[in-house]
Design a protein around this ligand. Structure first.
Ligand code: SF4
Length: 388
């Protein structure tokens, strides 16, 4: 008899004997098995905490199944063994292949047991973010570890893009607000620079005050967001010594020296599906969200780019090159004066035109009435009467 079968037989026997079995009964029950193998299996079960050895009043050894292992509702010993392996995996869970390796059970039997355990709400399966299509099993009441669920940034094992974007925006807003508020201080630039740094706990307090998020955000979530912002060049990191003597990391928002050109932000350059993307088929730019978002965001810049490109290719006459960065000549000043902006943003332009449009017919009518022949005759008569 192999070890797994001996183990299953011992557990079966002990389950049917709630008061345990003594040494004599043990020998009788397993007389057809190799005694050294039996002892090894018993020792293994003891080490796994599945059975215990007690002594009766005559100091005889009693082998007994541990109380904690007797789960109500588990009819067979195989169910018990599978349950025990799942329980031992804790909040990390155990993959079905690992259960199979440990129990030596055939796949169809194991699937049946797992289904039964799930229907009795003793265990549950959780999708792991570590591997696609991999489910791990854990006890029903156990909260899965963040390494299995993915933590705060995952919702039902899917990466929550909206939540991450919002948290990034709020984190950056906190840093920007701080930088703007200290910039108004009439102190030296060094003081302003030092005071524009905030710590992770300051950011957490700011985010809690907004009451936007209904999940608990932890220090290391903010740490990850700050890391991304730092890679994007939007913030810089430093450290400072607190009055308690502890060194803490602090961060401040920085304005980028140059903006990233639109063409560099194009998603196709880093797209893992670019080789499968074509004008026909399932993966096309026309139904790609990333490409559409990029087009919408940068449409003005793109139109400008294509317009300039077309003009260059067609050899059309006209101004070439870039506008002057600092227009110091009169013609450059006139050429770059933001007329459109002033017309759009100054009320006087709009109301001047409305005023002219409303007043012109009114003044025309007044002028016509005043210079009419009847009015002139009336005026002459009134002058005559008054002796002028
Ligand atoms: S259009 Fe979309 S799917 Fe196609 S290569 Fe660009 S990013 Fe990838």
């Amino acid at each position: 008899m192999d070890t797994a079968k001996v183990q299953a037989k011992i557990l079966d026997v002990l389950k049917s004997a709630p008061n345990g079995i003594d040494e004599k009964a043990r020998k009788q029950l397993f007389e057809d098995c190799d005694s050294s193998n039996i002892l090894t299996v018993f020792n293994g079960l003891l080490a796994q905490g599945k059975i215990e050895i007690l002594a009766d009043e005559h100091k005889n050894l009693i082998y007994k199944l541990k109380e904690a292992n007797l789960i109500p509702g588990l009819e067979k010993i195989e169910d018990q063994i599978v349950y025990d392996h799942i329980a031992r995996s804790g909040n990390q869970g155990i993959w079905v292949r690992d259960i199979r390796t440990k129990t030596n059970l055939p796949m169809h039997t194991l699937s049946k047991i797992l289904k039964q355990l799930e229907s009795k709400k003793l265990v549950k399966s959780v999708k792991s973010v570590l591997a696609v299509k991999r489910k791990v099993y854990m006890l029903y009441d156990v909260m899965p570890d963040s390494r299995v669920t993915g933590g705060t940034f995952y919702q039902e094992q899917e990466f929550d893009v909206e939540f991450t974007d919002l948290l990034t925006q709020e984190t950056l807003k906190c840093l920007t607000k701080k930088a703007e508020s200290v910039a108004k201080l009439e102190t030296g630039p060094l003081e302003i620079l030092t005071r524009s740094f905030v710590t992770i706990s300051d950011i957490l307090k700011f985010i809690c005050r907004t009451k936007i998020f209904n999940v608990q955000i932890k220090d290391n979530d903010i740490q990850k967001i700050l890391q991304c912002l730092s890679f994007d060049g939007k913030i810089e990191c430093s450290s400072r010594v607190e009055p308690s003597g502890e060194t803490v990391e602090c961060f401040r928002a920085v304005a980028p020296l140059i903006s990233t050109p639109s063409i560099v932000r194009m998603p196709c350059g880093a797209c893992p599906l670019s080789e499968k993307c074509s004008l026909t088929g399932r993966i096309t730019p026309s139904n790609c969200k990333y490409f559409t978002d990029w087009l919408n965001l940068d449409s003005n810049e793109l139109i400008q780019l294509f317009f300039n490109q077309n003009r260059k290719m067609s050899g059309a006459a006209g101004p070439v090159g870039r506008p002057m960065k600092y227009p110091y000549t009169l013609s450059a000043k006139i050429a770059q004066f933001p007329f459109k902006w002033h017309v759009n943003n100054q009320w006087i332009w709009k109301y001047y035109l409305i005023g002219v449009a409303v007043c012109t017919p009114l003044f025309y009518k007044i002028q016509k009435g005043a210079n009419s022949a009847a009015n002139k005759a009336k005026w002459a008569e009134s002058q005559k009467k008054s002796g002028h």
